[in-house]
Design a protein around this ligand. Structure first.
Ligand code: GLU
Length: 403
């Protein structure tokens, strides 16, 4: 009998972080890995943000802060959302967390009971499902489909509601599909949720990475309809190239924030004090760097999409947001060759040293995720290696045997 808590048998190690660790291990052993695994901007953190961190260090801003973060940063989050979305909330309705990941985790621990059902969409970022399980609740996955651009429709989510449903959790733009939820669909979800007293939680991590001028003011839609049951989680990580700094937040009614802070106060306490000063600079300083990065991501998205889909066996939609491609490769799998996207990713890493994340971790076998948050040169190198790998598969005869 295992001596671990039973919840540990329901979850697995983060597949995204696993790929990153494996790529790192290979790199340290001297292999020239093209790492398209973890979603991590290759850009440097903006200078004015780093300057704020230097200043914080020089001023010995190195002590504990309040567990929920310094008021100035909680207020900076509120001011940013007021400018960006026209919504108003108080700093007391914000908690500063170690990335959006901890914001979502605190929320799950604060809101979900054993037996609760939490409706979310698949393919999903792996931590969403496993955080729900760590709270002893049950993820109910409503699958979105490539043929439909992985569009998140309200109707199937509403249909999945049962008397045990506690919350609906939406990730838009979605990691890994890049799909965006429309305001109209969010309004339908909000109406259905508020009529039944359900929570709506939005993972807004990629809120700044939207390529076309579409309306995506999901927070306003929710605030207008069900402010007392809305939680929005986001971070500085992707928008400001600050993954390693670990700064995120949850925006929620004050009593939810209080409960999240109880959890945080007994687990991690405040996030790094210097990061908090850097994050204030990111949120209150010039925002043009965000647009510069977005434009570069768009260029990369288009290039990588063209390179990969030059092979008709790699089927891939062009995402509307985030920085991932999510190709479907069933035509490259076969019972006598590579059987799953997990095996495909493993072989890709072993044979041509390209790291991608297999679809299984996202509840999407047959797919893999490729992050294009890396330089165009490395992306070209990675795509060339993928093409070489596929050609090798082809010449081994294992592909044709399957069809
Ligand atoms: N969110 C990023 C990803 O999906 C970083 C890794 C993680 O935290 O899961 O790759």
């Amino acid at each position: 009998m295992s001596s671990f808590a039973s919840r540990m048998s329901r979850v697995v190690a983060s597949p995204t972080l696993k790929v990153a660790a494996e790529a790192d291990r290979l790199r340290r052993s001297g292999v020239d890995v093209v790492d398209l695994g973890a979603g991590e901007p290759d850009f440097a953190t903006p200078e004015h943000v780093k300057d704020a961190a230097h200043k914080a260090l020089d001023a010995n801003f190195t002590k504990y802060t309040p567990s929920a973060g310094v008021m100035e940063l909680r207020d900076a989050v509120a001011q940013r959302y007021k400018i960006d979305y026209g919504v108003e909330f108080k700093p007391e309705e914000v908690i500063i967390t170690a990335g959006a990941k901890q914001a979502l985790y605190n929320t799950a621990m604060a809101l979900f009971d054993p037996g609760d059902e939490v409706i979310t969409t698949g393919p999903f970022w792996p931590s969403i499902g496993d955080q729900i399980k760590l709270a002893d609740a049950k993820p109910v996955i409503v699958q979105t489909h490539m043929e439909d651009g992985f569009t998140i429709h309200a109707a199937p989510l509403i249909d999945a509601i049962t008397p045990r449903t506690k919350a609906i959790l939406v990730n838009s733009p979605c990691n890994p599909t890049g799909a965006l939820m429309s305001e109209a669909e969010m309004a339908k979800i909000a109406d259905a949720a508020s009529a039944r007293g359900l929570w709506v939680i939005v993972d807004f991590t990629y809120e700044k990475l939207i390529y076309e001028p579409v309306k995506h003011n999901l927070i306003k839609v929710l605030f207008e309809r069900m402010r007392d049951k809305t939680v929005v989680c986001s971070a500085t990580s992707k928008a400001y190239a600050m993954t390693g700094w670990r700064c995120g937040w949850a925006i929620a009614p004050k009593d939810v924030i209080t409960q999240c802070n109880v959890i945080q106060g007994h687990s991690t306490s405040n996030i790094n004090s210097i990061t908090q000063k850097a994050a204030i600079a990111a949120l209150t300083g010039p925002q043009d760097g965000v647009t510069t990065m977005l434009n570069e991501y768009r260029r990369r998205r288009d290039a990588v999409h063209a390179w990969l889909t030059a092979d008709p066996r790699i089927v891939c939609i062009k995402p509307g947001g985030a920085f991932y491609l999510f190709p479907y490769i069933a035509d490259l799998l076969s019972p006598s060759g590579i059987k799953s996207s997990g095996e495909f990713a493993e072989a890709l890493l072993k044979e041509v040293a390209v790291a991608v994340t297999p679809g299984e971790g996202f509840n999407a076998p047959g797919f893999f995720r490729l992050s294009y948050a890396t330089s165009i040169e490395r992306l070209k190198e990675g795509c060339d290696r993928i093409t070489t790998f596929v050609q090798k598969l082809e010449s081994s005869g294992k592909l044709t045997a399957a069809r």
